[in-house]
Ligand binder design. Structure first.
Ligand SMILES: Nc1ncnc2c1ncn2[C@@H]1O[C@H](COP(=O)(O)OP(=O)(O)OP(=O)(O)O)[C@@H](O)[C@H]1O
Length: 784
């Protein structure tokens, strides 16, 4: 080894120690200065991040991410949070709450000189995976100059891999369920040092669905931490705050827009339209057809409806790229869809409420709520996916006639300015016949339609607000028809709690009782996973050649995917029994409730338009198991005599099998085998003839329907053409929306009363040119 090198080696560590020492002293000095600046800081008149007493590392991250000016909630909450106060922050959707908690988070760890060896310093909890991912992305951007380690704990990934990394991280962004799993299972996962807890969408996290999980997580956390709660619809519940060890008197309640006249963004235009349930899909399809260049989010109440709409609309090609997002998808699919929609310029995303909160998709123009939200808070979050930060947006809510009054009152009470509109007849598209054809051709589609039907009914059944959502008002037969089904599937409400209620109560009492009853979540968990219908079993069988691989994958996906706590689940809650076709499978004749078809008939059930709440089989004292045993097929056999085979004649009268002819007479006609062959040929021919006649009748009916539809369209087109022309002449309206070639704007909907006004006292008649036209004209005049 050479001398000089040896000398260098000795000098370098000493120099390094010196440098480290100097840096530490410098950092300490910076930190003390920063602490002093924070203590002295007066937030009045502050407008930019540059004026805040924050570290240069956070300042670099903010600058590189192009954040310079503070939003209202950031101005109001960041200075207080930097001083170490607990915050309950409420501000409109899209107003920048994420930075309002992420900036103080980074600063807290920085001022505490947090290192890898200090373990977990900050925990951010989000109600959905998508939102957690988004928060994590923002954290990475603005925290890029810091040296903290951060991780995302959201499920859908290998637990072991997460577990190995989790204990080395300083910041975690998580969803409640997965976080608790790690807390309970990861040995050496220490949270005793935690300095800061953030609950984004706090009201959602603290509500029924997550209550137990959050309580369990909080038990693992130290009490002397700082807590920040943010949401567009904030909780002020003292009980909630006590659970988080927040004292309402000590915590700062910041409502950035409390004095505002509306609780939704000012640059958001909001409309509602009364749409009877059976017309919803037609109306939506018409809407999409007239907004092909827009970026649209469509909310429905369950993943089954989303899947049905997505699969069928995809086949019907409205002309806009379609995507779907719900909690039953695999995590990779969810991420892929979210990214794809974020990047799209024009697309329609069908989604459940997993996309209702916090998601920051750029440039969404329309939020359409196909199904009314469960409450005004959910409405506010859903519409908040558009008109974010300083951009504009529009929202359209579909309400059924029976929901209108209640929903309007709820929204008014929450300061939501919403305007009623009606849809122009000419812009409606009926897809009912197409859906019927799809269901008829494709058992998978029919199955999806049935599931969509059930889950919609269930969503109404479990709604807490019974003044808005009335199960008994659902036009079930028409609704089923609108989905392409030949009849309404019968639905049984299987919860024993409900059936006990039913036994003693009238239908009205039953509805009322739901208000006091446990939440939907509890209803779900009572019976979750316990009931499979014969159809479920049929579709699960792998050798079913009616099933495509595509459908099998869908079923598999459904079973494999980790269930999101926010998501719907009608498995085990209601069962479906198709009226239109029975399966001969002997297994299939009994569903998992133990009630076969005959038994079901013996149950005195109250039937509401196709929906049957089931009652306990044998009075209050018989247990389900006893009832099941008593009614099992085997048990029933002993009451039956030997079976007698019957034949039915053409008039439907039963005859014993040998009643028609004795053996001697029979043999006179020739050899049995020959007679059999003859009989088969004859019957086959007969079937073919009948088939030809049936097909001809069906074709005739179809043509007749088509002809009538064309006539109707012709008439309304004529009518609307002149109507549109009138509107154009009169200067159009603020709702003008769709540009057609040649620069003329077409309207998809019109103001309340507009249609009536323009049609009043005038019957516009197109010049009849053919016999068909004449017939259509006389029809229309008769109808006026
Ligand atoms: N100070 C700022 N300057 C510029 N853009 C900002 C600023 N703060 C936030 N934004 C942008 O505004 C949009 C909305 O922000 P953010 O997602 O934090 O809103 P939010 O209040 O959390 O909304 P929600 O209630 O829906 O969760 C984002 O695209 C974000 O990048």
């Amino acid at each position: 080894m050479s001398g000089p090198r040896h000398r260098n080696n000795k000098q370098q560590p000493a120099k390094r120690v010196n440098e480290k020492q100097l840096r530490r002293e410098r950092d300490l000095k910076d930190m003390q200065e920063l602490a002093q600046q924070i203590a002295d800081f007066d937030s009045k008149g502050v407008t930019s991040f540059g004026e805040l007493p924050i570290s240069k590392f956070t300042a670099i991250g903010l600058k590189k991410s192009h954040f310079t000016t503070l939003t209202d909630i950031q101005k109001a909450s960041i200075p207080l949070a930097l001083k170490g106060r607990d915050i309950l922050g409420a501000a409109k959707t899209g107003s920048g709450k994420t930075l309002a908690f992420l900036v103080p988070l980074l600063e807290t760890l920085y001022r505490n000189q947090w290192t890898q060896h200090d373990g977990l310093g900050a925990l951010v909890i989000s109600p959905t995976r998508e939102l957690a991912i988004q928060i994590f992305d923002v954290l990475r951007k603005i925290g890029r100059a810091h040296s903290f380690s951060a991780g995302l704990v959201i499920g859908g990934k290998d637990v072991q891999v997460e577990r190995d990394r989790i204990s080395r991280l300083n910041i975690l962004v998580c969803t409640p369920g997965r976080m608790l799993q790690h807390m309970d299972q990861a040995a050496g996962f220490e949270m005793g040092n935690l300095k800061l807890l953030v609950l984004d969408e706090a009201d959602r996290i603290l509500d029924m669905g997550f209550r137990k999980t959050i309580d369990a997580i909080i038990q693992h956390l130290p009490k002397n931490r700082q807590t920040l709660l943010f949401s567009a619809t904030q909780t002020k519940s003292v009980a909630d705050l006590a659970r988080l060890s927040l004292s309402p008197s000590a915590a700062e309640y910041i409502s950035a827009h409390e004095a505002a006249s509306s609780s939704t963004p000012t640059n958001l235009q909001q409309y509602y339209v009364i749409t009877p349930l059976p017309e919803k899909l037609d109306t939506l399809f018409g809407f999409l057809k007239t907004h092909l260049k827009a970026k649209i989010l469509v909310f429905a109440s369950s993943s089954k409806q989303i899947r049905f709409m997505f699969e069928t609309f995809k086949t019907l090609h409205p002309g806009i790229p379609l995507m779907h997002l719900h909690g039953r998808q695999k995590q990779t699919a969810r991420i892929e869809v979210t990214d794809r929609f974020a990047e799209s310029r024009n697309a329609c995303l069908f989604c459940t409420d997993i996309a209702a909160r916090g998601l920051d998709f750029p440039s969404v123009e329309w939020v359409v709520q196909l199904d009314a939200p469960e409450d005004a808070e959910t409405y506010i979050h859903r519409v908040g996916r558009t008109a974010r930060f300083d951009s504009a947006g529009r929202a359209l809510l579909f309400v059924t006639p029976s929901e209108e009054k209640g929903m309007q009152a709820r929204l008014e009470a929450k300061k939501v300015p919403i305007e009623k509109i009606t849809i122009k007849e000419s812009k409606k598209r009926s897809i009912r016949a197409d859906l019927q054809a799809l269901c008829f051709k494709n058992p998978e589609t029919k199955y999806l339609a049935q599931r969509a039907f059930i889950s919609y009914c269930k969503s109404i059944f479990i709604q807490k607000d019974k003044t808005v959502f009335k199960l008994e008002d659902l036009p079930v037969e028409e609704f089923a028809e609108s989905l392409g089904l030949p009849g309404a599937p019968r639905i049984k409400f299987l919860s024993s709690q409900k059936s006990k209620l039913l036994k003693n109560a009238s239908q009205q009492d039953f509805s009322d009782s739901q208000n006091e009853d446990a939440s939907g979540d509890e209803v779900k968990s009572n019976v979750k996973g316990t009931v499979r219908t014969k159809y479920d079993r049929m579709f699960e069988r792998q050798n079913q050649n009616v099933l495509s691989q595509h459908y099998l994958n869908m079923v598999k996906d459904e079973n494999n995917t980790a269930r999101n706590a926010v998501e719907d689940d009608d498995d085990g809650f209601m069962s479906v029994k198709r009226r239109d076709h029975e399966l001969s499978d002997s297994n299939a004749s009994e569903d998992e409730t133990g009630q076969g078809e005959s038994d079901r008939r013996s149950v005195p059930a109250q039937e509401i338009d196709g929906m049957r709440p089931a009652q306990e089989i044998d009075g209050a004292h018989a247990s389900r198991r006893q009832a099941k045993a008593a009614l099992s097929k085997k048990a029933m056999l002993k009451y039956k005599s030997n079976p007698t085979k019957l034949l039915f004649d053409d008039d439907g009268n039963p005859h014993a099998i040998y009643e028609f002819e004795n053996e001697e007479e029979f043999r006179k006609h020739g050899e049995a085998e020959e007679q059999k062959a003859e009989f088969i040929t004859r019957e086959e021919q007969r079937m073919r003839d009948v088939d030809v006649v049936d097909k001809a009748i069906a074709k005739e009916k179809r043509q007749e329907k088509k002809r009538k539809r064309r006539e109707r369209e012709l008439l309304t087109d004529e009518d609307n053409m002149s109507e549109e022309y009138d509107e154009e002449e009169s200067g159009g309206s603020e709702y003008d929306d769709v540009r057609i070639s040649g620069g003329k704007r077409k309207k998809w909907f019109e103001e309340e009363g507009q249609a009536k006004r323009s049609k009043a006292n005038v019957i516009k008649i197109a010049q009849p040119t053919s016999l068909d036209d004449l017939e259509a004209l006389s029809l229309s005049l008769l109808n006026k």
